[in-house]
Ligand binder design. Structure first.
Ligand SMILES: Cc1cc2nc3c(=O)[nH]c(=O)nc-3n(C[C@H](O)[C@H](O)[C@H](O)COP(=O)(O)OP(=O)(O)OC[C@H]3O[C@@H](n4cnc5c(N)ncnc54)[C@H](O)[C@@H]3O)c2cc1C
Length: 258
């Protein structure tokens, strides 16, 4: 499927990127590896009038130790993490995390910053960064601030990466609390289920289970990860797909981007 139209920006510096994010702040998304964002846009489960591609900004990809602290640039790809001698020798948890993400093609594009900023509880870096008590350094028009990782995730698919999340206008994580139900049993579409099984069992089974829970628990928000699952749902069960699209519009269902 083709995404809704958007203006593509390719800033050459951080300052230029920040200025673009500021000018289009109500309708803009950062594009990093694109491995979560682009599937969402293609499925029209998300939209943005402007995409700011940070891929051509120099110096956003690095892995280095300074003053006994490991620093990883936000644009650092999973494959770089996986291959780094420093990471393998001193931070094996991060090497192991990167190595289990998808496949080499995805790992060559997906970035550590994107993995965290996406705020997907099914992603792997949020858990390991929490375990390592990492800090996220965020740069905005108001300057730079350091966010402890346990304060970075504001909720399901919400991280401290919003253009509005600056030091003068901090988001209130206690507002509109939601409990989410992840109707997701870590059974992977592409690697552990065959496509016929996914189509005949996984998709209808989980959708029907969720449908019952959605009416039963009106304050819960639901999630189902995997762009391929949405694609197959759309192809094989169009009526259910349209019900799901309405739930997304109502904020009852948060599609994951992977
Ligand atoms: C087939 C497939 C399988 C996958 N399997 C796994 C898996 O097993 N485990 C796992 O952890 N992940 C998995 N992923 C997800 C993958 O790791 C994503 O790439 C990652 O979640 C997002 O990183 P990205 O660089 O692609 O970000 P993008 O898709 O470019 O962006 C994701 C979101 O983060 C925001 N964002 C990105 N970078 C920044 C930044 N620097 N500052 C502010 N906001 C930013 C974007 O605006 C967007 O909202 C999979 C993806 C695919 C396609």
């Amino acid at each position: 499927m083709i995404p809704a139209s958007f203006d593509y920006h390719s800033p050459q510096s951080l300052e230029e990127a920040l200025s673009l994010l500021q000018s289009h702040r109500d309708d803009v998304k950062v594009l990093s590896g694109g491995q979560s964002l682009l599937p969402l846009l293609k499925l029209r489960l998300g939209a943005a009038g402007h995409l700011v591609d940070i891929g051509r900004i120099p110096d956003l990809e690095y892995i280095r130790e300074e003053g006994g602290v490991l620093k990883i640039g936000g644009r650092t790809r999973e494959s770089a993490l996986e291959r780094s001698d420093l990471i393998q020798a001193k931070y094996p948890l991060l090497a192991e995390t990167a190595a289990v993400i998808a496949d080499p093609i995805v790992r060559n594009l997906a970035t550590v910053g994107g993995n965290l900023a996406h705020g997907d509880p099914a992603n792997d870096h949020p858990a390991t960064m929490l375990a390592l008590r990492a800090e996220v350094v965020a740069t905005g028009p108001g300057g730079t601030r350091t966010i402890p990782i346990d304060q970075f995730f504001l909720g399901l698919f919400a991280a401290g990466n919003s253009p509005a999340a600056d030091a003068n206008n901090p988001p209130d994580p206690t507002k509109d609390p939601t409990v989410y139900w992840v109707a997701y049993s870590h059974l992977d579409t592409q690697w552990r289920w065959t496509y016929p099984q996914v189509i005949s069992q996984f998709i209808p089974g989980t959708v029907l289970t969720n449908a019952a829970l959605i009416s039963k628990y009106p304050n819960y928000v639901f999630n189902w990860t995997g762009a391929n699952r949405y694609r197959l749902l759309k192809e094989y069960y169009p009526p259910i797909y349209s019900v799901l699209s309405n739930l997304v519009k109502q904020g009852r269902w948060f599609p994951a981007g992977s």
